[in-house]
Write a protein that binds this ligand. Sequence first.
Ligand SMILES: [Cu+2]
Length: 165
Amino acid sequence: MPSAFSKHAAVASVLAALVLATSPAYAEDTTSNTKIDQISDPLADRVLDMFRFEPNFVALKTGERVTFNNSRGQHTVVSVKGLIPDGVEKISVANTATETMTMDVPGLYVLTCKVHGRYGMVMLLAVGDPDSWKNPPESWTRKLSGRYDEKLQELLAKLDAKFPR
Ligand SMILES: [Cu+2]
């Protein structure tokens, strides 16, 4: 049956493509990819840490990647308006076990969870060299409040420790 043969051939070519795609020469990717987990931990010592990104401060070179894990159930990843570089599309991740993004625009990104931001579930991504940042903290006009702000101040202290000004 010719049709059975051609179907077999089609399957074989798909398999060959898969093998090519997953062979080390093709799969190798030297671009750094930092994994960030979203954690619910009611036993944490501080309310501020019961819902958190881990790690919650990440410094990357421009063009490196981050992978967010566990944007399921109640956790989401959303950028805070006014606290990401101008012109960058809003970040919004939900309903997915894992989401990888390439950070091509240098600057500071404040990210939160729609549900748990008010408990202090906030993180800071610093992309690129401080000289290249599109939105250094001194340019921020947006203010946060409550536990949002409490966590953000901790993150800015980490930023200052990493990039003394
Ligand atoms: Cu959450």
